[in-house]
Ligand binder design. Structure first.
Ligand code: ATP
Ligand code: MG
Length: 426
């Protein structure tokens, strides 16, 4: 019988890879904790209408990327393609927004039916951050300062750059959209197919078209900067000043429009040149209208999401994963002969109590000295502990370095924890 395989674009994260995931997740969790962000966990499935009403009917996500299905009782449900909509829904539903400020984050899988390729999958993972009740631009700046700190903590400082833009108010966008459509309408025949379609549906998205002929036409297009409302302009200027003060470098990219309908004022992307076309590792912006649009009271909001697969790909591509992250043992405990097994177990337990930061792997299943040492070596541990007949009789243990030429030492069992603590802390 043919074997059943995973669904295209949906990846298993294997035991060799999960330490890297944990490293990234822990680092993000720690940095967010430093700033007082709280975790929220939402379901993976929501009513389809939630995404249609928030992301927008004529966006790529809603038009062609959603995993939508009918529940057994006929309701239309969708695997979440992003987290903001569900986060707003949950926060509103549980009264987290009224008359208060919130700094929230979440982590988990998202689902989009896209063409799978490097850095683009059908199930992928995001860490998302959403802040409510703050009009900015100080909180906008905080999000960017926080992400800059995160890149440093991951060792990625200098490998990502920040692009920002202001989309203004919806009124300003509306007036600009009309001007843009009037201009592009004159060149309709020369636009690429996607842009032709977007001219009717979502003309602002044409601004980030990659098509050469469309790009040439865009050279002469009206500039949004001339349409930006005063309030948004002031907001954007203050944001830039805050980033300057915090020493976070950025470039203003007027073509940055983002693919979702709910953004206004500040939008941003952290991009890298090391991942080819899938170079955006983190993206977000302000969405002051969304809470009200979903039936809540008007609430200012700003957030971002980062793609974990892309971050991990970037760390791997640049060879930036610290060695300690992927090693899954510090000490490998062996027992030569059945009589030594209980003592080896007791010793391993006492080390786990004394040195809780270390990974101590006990050999199980017996075998010859040679085969146990082979396993010890393969485990990646720095040291093997050996308990055989002699050690058992003398109350000692042999400490064998596996990653250096130093000789093996015979140590009193009672002194082992102190010796190892010195070795691993220096
Ligand atoms: P792109 O322009 O690359 O399609 P997007 O604008 O659709 O990205 P967002 O919806 O803003 O992306 O999602 C935020 C982040 O999530 C992206 O910057 C990226 O890192 C990640 N991401 C989005 N879609 C995918 C996917 N299909 N596979 C892996 N990561 C993804
Ligand atoms: Mg996309």
């Amino acid at each position: 019988m043919a074997k059943i395989q995973a669904i295209r674009g949906m990846n298993d994260i294997l035991p060799e890879q999960s330490p890297v995931w944990q490293f990234v997740e822990d680092t993000v969790r720690n940095v967010l904790g430093q700033y007082g962000y709280q975790e929220i966990r939402m379901p993976i499935v929501e009513q389809t209408d939630l995404f249609k009403r928030s992301i927008g009917e004529v966006t790529d996500i809603v038009e062609k990327e959603m995993y939508t299905f009918e529940d057994r009782n006929g309701d239309s449900l969708t695997l979440r393609p992003e987290g903001t909509a569900g986060c707003v829904r949950a926060a509103e539903e549980h009264g987290l927004l009224f008359n208060q400020t919130r700094r929230l984050w979440y982590i988990g899988p998202m689902f989009r039916h896209e063409r799978p390729q490097k850095g683009r999958y059908r199930q992928f993972h995001q860490i998302g951050v959403e802040c409510f009740g703050m009009t900015g631009p100080d909180i906008d700046a905080e999000l960017l300062i926080l992400t800059a700190r995160l890149w440093k903590s991951l060792g990625l400082g200098g490998h990502t750059r920040l692009e920002i833009n202001s989309l203004g108010t919806s009124q300003a966008r509306k007036v600009y959209r009309e001007a843009l459509v009037a201009y592009l309408g004159q060149y309709k025949d020369q636009l690429d197919e996607d842009s032709k379609r977007r001219l009717e549906t979502n003309p602002l998205r044409i601004l980030d078209s990659k098509d050469a002929s469309t790009r040439a036409i865009l050279e002469g297009a009206p500039s949004f900067d001339d349409y930006l409302d005063d309030e948004s302009r002031a907001h954007f200027e203050q944001l830039k000043a805050l980033l300057d003060a915090a020493d976070v470098a950025y470039t203003v990219n007027p073509a940055l429009v983002r693919g979702l309908d709910y953004y206004g004022k500040t939008v941003f992307e952290w991009v890298t040149d090391s991942l080819g076309a899938q170079g955006t590792v983190c993206a977000g912006g302000r969405y002051d209208g969304l809470v009200e649009q979903l039936g809540g009271k008007a609430t200012p909001a700003v957030g971002f999401a980062m793609g974990l697969e892309r971050l991990i790909l970037l760390l791997e591509t640049l060879d930036l994963i610290p060695a300690h992250v992927t090693s899954n043992a510090d000490i490998y405990v062996t027992a030569m002969g059945e009589a030594a097994v209980p003592q080896a177990m007791v010793l391993a337990e006492s080390l786990r109590s004394a040195l809780p930061g270390l990974t101590i792997v006990s050999h199980c299943g017996g075998g010859s000295f040679k085969s146990q040492m082979k396993k010890a070596d393969k485990s990646g541990a720095r040291y093997a502990l050996i308990i055989g007949e002699n050690e058992l009789a003398n109350g000692t243990v042999a400490l064998k370095p596996l990653r250096s030429d130093e000789g093996q030492q015979e140590i009193e069992q009672a002194k082992l924890a102190t010796t190892l603590s010195n070795v691993f802390n220096h």
